[in-house]
Design a protein around this ligand. Sequence first.
Ligand SMILES: [Zn+2]
Ligand SMILES: [Zn+2]
Length: 332
Amino acid sequence: MPELRKDPVTSRWVIIATERGKRPSDFGPEPERKRSGFCPFCPGNEDKTPPEVLAYRDTGGPANSAGWRLRVVPNKFPALQIEGELSRQGDGMYDKMNGIGAHEVIIETPQHGDTIGSMSERGVEDILWACRDRILDLKKDPRFRYILLFKNHGEAAGASLEHPHSQLIATPIIPKRVQEELDGAKEYYNYKERCVFCDMVRQEMNQGVRVVTQNEDFVAIAPFAARFPFETWILPKTHDPFIEDAQKNEYVSLSRVLREMVLRMEKVLTTPPYNLMIHNSPLRETDGRFYHWHIELLPKLTRVAGFEWGSGFYINPTPPEDAAKFLREVTV
Ligand SMILES: [Zn+2]
Ligand SMILES: [Zn+2]
């Protein structure tokens, strides 16, 4: 069972894999990637993944058989484990708990070579519905306080399999990065009685310099204090704390903006590795006034190094105004 341990200074939780601990030799130079040609996520290999927890099929058909448009399966090598009671313990000055959580993989399409940019809008919409369906299901589990949905695309961004997929991890704690955003948004709200993200959307749309694209429901911007070159965020134009509460027309327009943004990024940066995260309100948040869900899209173009790790500061070599202009002006 993995263990969650809390840093007593910063209150940051980490997941420690106590079993199957990796030895020094496991961290040697990166081997040449094996291209065996075998992909456990391709149609026909359904028995090579744990049994599906959700699938979309046009024709019905039995679970764990081919004919799906999208499948969700538990991660075969989960960072956290689903079984067991949550137990918090102290060890002298240190806090820990057993590593309970859900770790699932959304296999986005049967097409091995697809990207979000090359998929149909309907295909991208399926991914969003799957996110919603899994959030609504996992929300029922009282052990979980947060669900982080994310995508690693490309080896440099942490993807170990090529086949297009996203992941979700449900955790019994609220992750620190999210907690920092929640605290900041709450503070802004307490002071101004307005949502900081609503204000940001309003100002960015007025100024336009950092807007990449928009439609009736969503706007994509390069944020004012972007940490990374070509970092972009996609935000609902009207206040919305929970992605799972969005309506059908909003998932349709989100799938359009998301697909377009990935396409723009692929064109401008020649198909870069990237990370995508959905920042949502905590599962049991009852005050929906101050936080506003959004997507963060981070192409992996620079390496986080000593200064960043040591300081929490980032050095971004591309002003977000320039990034927005490049992304806006490319023809897609
Ligand atoms: Zn595949
Ligand atoms: Zn808002």
